[in-house]
Design a binder for this molecule. Sequence first.
Ligand SMILES: Cc1ncc(COP(=O)(O)O)c(C=O)c1O
Length: 386
Amino acid sequence: MFLDQTYLFTPGPTPIPNRVNAAMAQPMIGHRSPDFSELIEDVATRLKPIFGTKHPVYALTSSGTSALEAAVVNTVAEGEHAVVIVAGSFGDRLATIAENYGVNVHRLNIEWGKSCSPDELEDFLKNLSGIPVKAVFATFNETSTGVLNPVGALGETVKRLTDALFIVDGVSCIGGVPVDMEADHIDLLVTSSQKALMLPPGLAFVAFSDDGLKAIKSCPAKRFYLDLNRYVKAYNEQKSTPFTPAVSLIAGAREVCAMIEEEGWENVISRHNLLKDMIRAGIRELGLPLLTSDKDASPTVTAVQPDSVAAPDIQKALKADFSITIAGGQKKLKGKIFRIGHMGYCTPFDVLKVLSALELTLVKFGQEPRLGTAVRKAEEVWIQHV
Ligand SMILES: Cc1ncc(COP(=O)(O)O)c(C=O)c1O
């Protein structure tokens, strides 16, 4: 068929809207010019509702992992204690970063495929009583398992039991789920550009509370490029960034803000919930087991653990036959699951595409034909929202 028609359903990078591509293709501007100051201030301000913060949102020119690293090196120093909730590959990455910097990391391990309950966190923190925990780190949306953690309830638990900062990796959900940093007790919230924010890879975003900023100012850990004090200073004094930023991506971010405002932030959130409900209904209809419960399910990525056909075979067939790219499992889930990203520039129609391709693919692998059934189930979910 037409090889240039490709469909990207990975949980990042995600498809880029044409108008965002057009915005990124505008003539270059200098990052020490009034044009850039106007641009960065506009983006830092218009991202506020998406991050649920009253403060400006800062952009770093680097990938999501740099934002995780920034979250660590700006809040905890070598020898200090931190709790990291590890419910999958990205919680593990956060813990590993902190361990690399000599932080005393207490890993709260959660079974992969499940969320961390406030009760589990409460028990864990109570067992650490007497240890001065500087920060508790959580992954909002564990991309490797398709689990959304209840960050508001976790934040409440942290603040009730400790004086620790509550720091959240929002990389694969900010821009698709509601968040309120104050109500959810979040001191530092980070994400990156290539997920629900509909941009190419290359930017990380950081927002913090007043307490978060105080901690950043007083943190003794050594850092340079990722020193958030530099970003705050450059923004406050010059409406700029400390180092040369990815100007084109920031111009794209302005267009993303415009698109989210036009759709309406509440509608963006509802659309992601609809996409999740549609895909889960369709997958269930095909008899494929979902990795997560409905309660824990992420609005941005769905993990499927097929038992009758190997997950990598399904992934390869979707690519070969339909030019559809989905993701496989990571680390201990490698080879066992496939993951479908449905965030950012993704519509209910897109979900029908991937479900119909799955129906056809399963027949190819000798499964009982269920043609049209997953699409129908998903449409039945959709029609309730139309
Ligand atoms: C939850 C989460 N955190 C961190 C990262 C790392 O981001 P990056 O790959 O942009 O460094 C990812 C990437 O998929 C992620 O999903």
